[in-house]
Design a binder for this molecule. Structure first.
Ligand code: PLP
Length: 233
């Protein structure tokens, strides 16, 4: 069995502690209430042996970007941790929706009518209502998932009224190659227009800016688990 060696585990917990301290610093610097930003530890590609030390340290909120990987990693792992909150943060195909609704507690990537409709009927069928976020393609980048900013108001309305989804907030990945601050502020404005309180924004490279702009959840992988094998250096 592969495991995380003792030294690696200490390094992992040290990085985790540093990230939490930096979140607290950013919250203070922004003049926001302590504890107003929650950390989602993005454990995609990390083995369960890397997740266990965080669970043991009391962390309960994790993000995954693939249904299949999340199912094989978390189905057994989550048993002992009743208050675990598992977030889906990757693209979701309609044919994986039933599995996603039964596995995840939060689905952050609602980005098209077909998916919203499928989620709505899966929730009725399974009698389980994971919180939903609408993903906004805030920089309107052609290669990126998410609802275009100019279509956001209508889509958010439809998610709430037409499909009756338990919508908690908005999520974005800011555009590449430009300062993220403006994108974060734009996301906050759209959320405010709809009375949505949760803002999932900020990753390893930009979470202090996201917190300054009002993030309530930051999604952090690399700064906790280290460089992923799939990520170009
Ligand atoms: C991988 C991923 C993250 C974490 O990114 P890091 O740069 O490793 O912190 C956050 N959000 C989404 C949607 C991701 O896919």
């Amino acid at each position: 069995m592969g495991g995380v060696a003792e030294g690696d585990e200490a390094a992992l917990l040290a990085r985790f502690g540093q990230v939490k301290a930096r979140i607290d610093d950013s919250v203070r610097a922004a003049g926001r209430a302590p504890g107003s930003v929650r950390l989602i530890a993005v454990s995609k590609t990390a083995p369960s042996t890397a997740v266990l030390p965080l669970l043991a340290a009391g962390h309960r909120r994790f993000g995954e970007n693939r249904v299949q990987e999340a199912a094989s990693k978390w189905t057994d792992l989550r048993e002992g941790w009743g208050d675990l909150q598992l977030h889906m943060i990757g693209p979701l195909q309609s044919n994986k929706v039933l599995q996603a609704v039964s596995l995840f507690d939060v689905i952050e990537t609602v980005d098209r009518p077909k998916l919203a409709l499928a989620l709505s009927s899966a929730m009725r069928q399974l009698e389980r209502r994971p919180l939903c976020f609408v993903e906004i393609n805030i920089g309107a980048e052609p290669q990126k998932a998410g609802v275009l900013p100019q279509e956001a108001d209508q889509f958010i309305d439809d998610c709430q009224r037409r499909w009756d989804l338990p919508l908690a907030g908005l999520m974005c990945i800011p555009p590449q190659h430009s300062a993220p601050d403006e994108a974060f502020h734009q996301l906050a404005e759209i959320a405010a227009r709809h009375g949505l309180v949760e803002l999932s924004m900020g990753m390893s490279e930009d979470f202090p800016q996201a917190i300054a702009a009002g993030a309530t959840m930051v999604r952090i992988g690399t700064a906790i688990f280290g460089q992923r094998p799939d990520k170009p250096v």
